[in-house]
Design a protein around this ligand. Structure first.
Ligand code: ZN
Length: 184
């Protein structure tokens, strides 16, 4: 399997020095915590399959500025980069979507998005260019090689949030992502 980097979005030092960036927060649940749990599950599942997965942070105390994450992954010899996030919006907004930068990334984004939609049974919001994101340019997509940013679901939507918090969802998403990466 190609060496995979999973980047659990946000966390300590993400946007500013020693400040903890929780990402979106809803009903006492933070995006940074949710995506860290998914990243740890993916690393564990990969190990069961005999693969090492690199994480840009593996606890809440890892200082990882967003601008360094793709370089960290490249330094660790990673060939594929997937950043994990959760969306937030109006209460009714829900579903999974994935951002990409160029044509090479779009193919990966499409495969990952379809696999995760099937795993979570969330609404398929499709794949989108980073220009359609609220940031217009996503620093983690500077990675040299296939990269995408996956928005698992909306933590501001009760049904999405409750399902995202289930261990069974972490395992389903983790296996779905690894199935895709194993075939790249
Ligand atoms: Zn985020």
């Amino acid at each position: 399997m190609k060496k995979l980097c999973i980047d659990p979005g946000h966390g300590l030092g993400n946007v500013r020095g020693n400040v903890y960036d929780p990402g979106a927060i809803s009903a006492g649940v933070s995006e940074a915590d949710i995506v860290l749990q998914y990243a740890l599950a993916i690393r564990w599942l990969a190990k069961e399959r005999g693969h090492d997965v690199f994480l840009t942070r593996d606890d809440a105390n890892d200082i990882t500025p967003v601008g360094n994450r793709n370089e960290l992954a490249q330094g660790a010899g990673c060939q594929v980069f997937i950043s994990l996030h959760c969306n937030s919006g109006v209460v009714a907004a829900n579903g999974t979507e994935t951002y990409f930068r160029d044509a090479e990334d779009k193919a990966l984004a499409q495969k990952i998005n379809t696999a995760v939609v099937n795993a979570l049974q969330f609404r398929d919001r499709g794949v989108k260019s980073e220009r359609e994101s609220q940031h217009s340019r996503l620093a983690v997509l500077d990675f040299r090689g296939p990269a995408c940013l996956l928005e698992l679901g909306f933590i501001s939507n009760q049904a999405n949030r409750e399902k995202l918090l289930l261990r069974s969802s972490r395992l389903a998403v983790g296996n779905a992502i690894l199935d895709v990466v194993e075939k790249l």
